[in-house]
Design a protein around this ligand. Structure first.
Ligand code: HEM
Ligand code: HEM
Length: 398
């Protein structure tokens, strides 16, 4: 078999690339779904999840590298001519799906690697001795989570495209019986000589545009999904000075390389704040049992971590200090008590007051080890050390 493509069939190298990349992509999808659906409970189960994700990532990176080589090779090759140039719509759909597959075979592993690189703290590793993180990607849990939304939405699109593509191949094999499959698999001599056809670039261009639209649509759907997963209103209680009308208090931590975030459904804040002095005092009580953290809520509240049975309440008591520079954030400086341990803590936050209404928003990073949380998880391979605590609230003057 010729290594290079001919006018009637793909050559040996194009075939090798096609089938290895196809197998790696199907394996990556299977491993991603398998890893994501393993039971989460004790340490052994979590380790099994991370091992599965390590394989997922390794297979995905291999698919990416081969897909890039494949693209370079394809650029040096002519394409076998279409077998049925007259069937314009069929040709357009096939080409649009091919273009979308080209984009998908790069964008899916790339977004996987990007979300892996942006995740702070520990992660399940790509199984190779080379680097883990991509350059120029900041470690930012929120960014990683946004990319994860795309990755989790995109695989549906890629899987749908593969189904269409395979359905097309099967139609040619069993309904048309026209030897299309022999162009990519089996004996190339069985591939019929396609009729001479005029080359016109417009349909190719339109098919490429359709493919780009498919992936931009995917990004838009993923972004809107990420927004609807945003804060839920908490049952915050009124207090002296300013009463919280609506707000969200959440945490974020890296679990096996992916950021996971959760919310406390119940907390109370007593806020005294004098807008003239730009200072005051705040006391927040958080009901630890109200934490929801995706599939690992019970683990997080269990004896290994927050130990909600023994320590049902966390507390943050702080003085509110005016901004150090004009236009800068306020600072709440005080003590944070979680799981029976109290540690000095500083929470910078932005504050906007309009009439009787105040909007405040801020976050701080703590280290779970300072509170003895997850002491049995002494490295970051399972759960990262840094935990981000984030709030966003609207309060009314009493
Ligand atoms: C597993 C079942 C699969 C079958 C039976 C199959 C079959 C085929 C066939 C017969 C062709 C040649 C079409 C033609 O001559 O015009 C082709 C091309 C192509 N396939 Fe697949 N394929 C499969 C999986 C995949 C997967 C998983 C991907 C990528 C994610 C993929 C990407 C492509 C691309 C991009 C082309 C166009 C190649 C080019 O024009 O250079 N295929 N496939
Ligand atoms: C061909 C390439 C790839 C495909 C088709 C793919 C597909 C998938 C699928 C189907 C899932 C499960 C989604 C879900 O449960 O909602 C997933 C999750 C994940 N993938 Fe990939 N993946 C690819 C490459 C990669 C690579 C190269 C990395 C990292 C280096 C990666 C990192 C991840 C991570 C961290 C998750 C979990 C995301 C989360 O927690 O939301 N993937 N991927």
């Amino acid at each position: 078999m010729d290594a290079r493509n001919s006018t009637r069939a793909y050559g040996g190298i194009a075939r090798l690339f096609h089938w290895t990349v196809a197998a790696l992509i199907l394996a990556a999808i299977a491993l991603g779904l398998y890893a994501g659906n393993l039971p989460r409970g004790n340490e052994a189960q979590l380790q099994a999840i991370f091992a599965a994700f390590s394989w997922h990532k390794t297979v995905g990176v291999a698919a990416l590298l081969l897909a890039l080589l494949r693209i370079l090779w394809t650029l040096t090759q002519r394409k076998p001519r279409p077998l049925h140039p007259g069937r314009r719509l069929e040709l357009f759909v096939a080409e649009a799906v091919h273009w979308a597959l080209w984009i998908g075979m790069v964008i899916m592993p790339l977004t996987g690697w990007l979300l892996h690189s942006a995740a702070p703290g520990g992660f399940s590793r790509i199984l190779w001795p080379l680097g883990q993180r991509l350059p120029f990607v900041p470690q930012d849990a929120a960014l990683s989570e946004r990319i994860a939304h795309f990755h989790s939405t995109g695989w549906w699109v890629l899987a749908g495209l593969i189904v269409l593509h395979v359905a097309g191949a099967l139609k040619h094999a069993f309904i048309d019986r026209d030897g299309t499959l022999s162009r990519m698999a089996g004996d190339p001599a069985k591939a019929p000589e396609p009729p001479a056809s005029q080359v016109s670039t417009l349909p190719h261009l339109l098919a490429a545009i359709a493919a780009i639209v498919i992936w931009i649509g995917t990004a838009i759907i993923a972004a809107s999904g990420a927004e609807t997963a945003a804060p839920v209103a908490a049952t915050a209680q009124p207090a002296a000075g300013w009463a919280v009308e609506q707000g969200a208090l959440g945490i974020e931590v890296a679990q096996g390389g992916s950021p996971i975030s959760g919310q406390f459904g119940s907390w109370q804040a007593a806020i005294d704040y004098d807008p003239d002095a730009r200072g005051g005092h705040v006391a927040v009580k958080i009901d630890i049992t109200s934490l929801s953290l995706g599939a690992v809520s019970d683990n997080a509240k269990g004896p290994d971590f927050l130990n909600a049975t023994q320590f049902p309440t966390a507390e943050f008591k702080a003085d509110i200090l005016p901004p150090a520079t004009e236009g800068g954030p306020h600072l709440a400086r005080g003590t944070l008590s979680i799981a029976g341990k109290s540690v000095p803590a500083e929470l910078p936050f932005s504050l906007e007051i309009a009439g009787e209404e105040a909007k405040a928003k801020g976050e701080m990073k703590i280290d779970r080890r300072d509170f003895g949380i997850g002491a049995g998880y002494a490295d970051e391979s399972t759960v990262g050390f840094p935990v981000t605590i984030r709030f966003d609230l609207t309060a009314k003057r009493q």
